[in-house]
Design a binder for this molecule. Structure first.
Ligand SMILES: Cc1cc2nc3c(=O)[nH]c(=O)nc-3n(C[C@H](O)[C@H](O)[C@H](O)COP(=O)(O)OP(=O)(O)OC[C@H]3O[C@@H](n4cnc5c(N)ncnc54)[C@H](O)[C@@H]3O)c2cc1C
Length: 485
């Protein structure tokens, strides 16, 4: 059988899956992308200062090293260029259907096919469905009374309004997550007054960034082993964060001490600032961030960090629980993404009417994030419990892409739809949740957790354990006979 394959999303995940499938000779691939280009979060997040938090030689595909990274921590335009070049190099454009938002996908149990509907009313049929819609592609807003009443301009950091000139304006920023830490120094350069509202502070670590010179690029190009060595070194460094968070209290204490020294030094120009920004939860509970310019930005006289809780948004600004109204012309939501709502709002169901959302009412779960019992020929990229609290998500995506390619080979060979065995998926999920229940990630509230505390986002171990365990094993899947219509 020659399967027809539909991939939803053209970020790092969808592109990795398409490349792996093409390498196995599968060519009937359609990549449905709601945006106007490849790139995923790197197409959407154009805020000033946007950059990766994992060094580029590691935050890139192992099979597509790039000797020309401009920086060790490359900025968004360079990362977007890289994804575009990879898509061109692997001749993926011919598979792309841009401007195509998938609204629902129904598995036809009699035909063994997926019926996919797009927002424009069009539809298509595929044998295999691969959602690769990411965990961080839908902006989240804090539910604050009066949110709609703000009289100035407001926008989310993932939908940056480049047409809004911030020069001399009073800007309010809600949130202190990874994006905010990157854009606040840039906004502080322009704004007349900047107020940053913090609910919970991140741990900051020194950012060992550097510009890669032309000579550096030439060495990487002529001696690829040097770039491999840089990648391997950063793999070890970044992975040691996960070791610290999950396995080694002494290493976590050491990293915390490094963070404390760095933050104390960087905050010293403003009395009282360090006390405001030093976190009150164990290190590792939220992603620790690399930054050398966020705290110095907060020390500037026209920048204020407010730690009082926000009680309302008014037409004029933001009100905190001490009764103060902080007036603002521009309000920027740095409130992250709806990470725990997997695959939403796509309605995934079977022809008997059963919905995936019903199975996931208590929280999303899937076999190594990829396969769901009762939903044949569905393979999810960056699905539940495949995020990393320290490492590179791309490493996980590559492991998933191999699993997907092996799975598709298996289905093509047997000619029969397959679904993961329910008892296998349940056992993996039980183990993952048990390990997570004892992890540092339960010690604070973060985007890793649902409102009830469950953690549907993170993998509970090292990335190489994930890669080893998520390798395709046909014994974990079962053939699913077609029902008689
Ligand atoms: C600002 C930012 C910085 C980050 N930095 C790092 C980092 O340094 N290191 C790291 O490991 N990770 C980082 N991440 C996490 C990042 O999400 C992953 O590294 C990776 O880019 C995920 O790729 P993806 O393809 O799975 O998802 P995405 O990049 O989110 O791509 C999903 C794609 O699916 C499309 N899509 C969604 N729904 C539909 C639909 N219904 N129909 C059609 N198309 C749809 C979207 O338009 C998008 O193009 C960062 C995330 C953000 C937001």
């Amino acid at each position: 059988m020659k399967p027809r394959i539909a991939i939803i999303g053209a970020g790092f995940g969808g592109i990795a899956a398409a490349i792996a499938l093409r390498a196995r000779g599968h060519d009937d691939i359609t990549i449905l992308e709601k945006g106007n280009d490849v790139g995923g979060v790197w197409r959407e997040n154009t805020y000033p200062g946007a950059a990766c938090d994992v060094p580029s030689p590691l935050y890139s595909y192992s099979f597509a090293p790039n000797p020309h990274w401009p920086h060790r921590f490359s900025r968004q335009p360079a990362i977007l260029d890289y994804i575009r070049q990879v898509a061109d190099h692997y001749d993926l454009r011919r598979h792309l259907r841009l401007g195509s938002e998938v609204t629902s996908a129904t598995y036809d149990q009699a035909g063994g096919t997926w019926h996919i509907e797009l927002d424009g009313g069009e539809s298509l049929t595929a044998d295999i469905l691969i959602p690769a819609v990411g965990q961080l592609s839908r902006p989240a807003f804090a539910n604050i009374p009066g949110r709609e009443t703000f009289g100035g301009v407001s926008f989310h950091s993932a939908q940056w309004r480049h047409d809004v000139d911030l020069t001399g304006r009073r800007v309010a920023v809600i949130g202190t997550g990874a994006s905010v830490v990157q854009f606040v120094p840039e906004v502080a350069r322009q704004a007349g007054a900047l107020t940053v509202f913090q609910r919970s502070a991140p741990y900051l670590l020194p950012r060992p960034d550097r510009r890669f010179s032309a000579r550096h690029a030439a060495v990487f190009e002529r001696l690829p082993v040097t770039e491999l060595a840089e990648r391997a070194t950063w793999y070890a460094v970044i992975e040691s964060l996960t070791v610290a968070w999950l396995y080694s209290a002494p290493l976590a204490r050491t990293i915390r001490a490094i963070s404390r020294r760095h933050m104390r030094r960087q905050a010293q120009a403003k009395p009282g600032l360090f006390e405001q920004v030093w976190p009150d939860y164990p290190i590792g509970c939220k992603r620790a961030l690399f930054s050398n310019d966020y705290l110095p930005a907060l020390t500037q006289p026209h920048v204020e960090l407010v730690t009082d809780a926000i009680t309302a948004i008014t037409p004029a600004g933001v009100v905190t629980d001490d009764g103060r109204e902080h007036r603002a012309d521009v309000l920027i939501w740095g409130t992250g993404f709806t990470a725990t709502e997997f695959l939403a709002p796509i309605d995934i169901r079977r022809s008997d009417g059963h919905r995936l959302a019903d199975d996931w009412r208590g929280g999303a779960h899937a076999y190594y994030g990829m396969a769901v019992p009762g939903f044949p020929n569905l393979q999810i990229m960056y699905g539940p419990n495949t995020n990393t609290g320290g490492g590179s998500v791309i490493y996980f995506l590559e492991a998933q892409a191999q699993h997907v390619a092996d799975y598709v080979d298996h289905v093509a060979r047997t000619g029969v739809p397959h679904a993961v065995r329910p008892e296998v998926e349940a056992a993996v999920d039980d183990e993952v949740q048990t390990r997570l229940a004892g992890s540092v990630w339960t010690q604070c509230s973060s985007w890793y957790r649902q409102a009830d505390g469950r953690i549907p986002t993170n993998w509970p171990g090292l990335s190489r354990e994930y890669r080893r365990r998520a390798a395709f094993d046909p014994a974990d899947y079962e053939p699913v006979p077609l029902t008689v219509a």
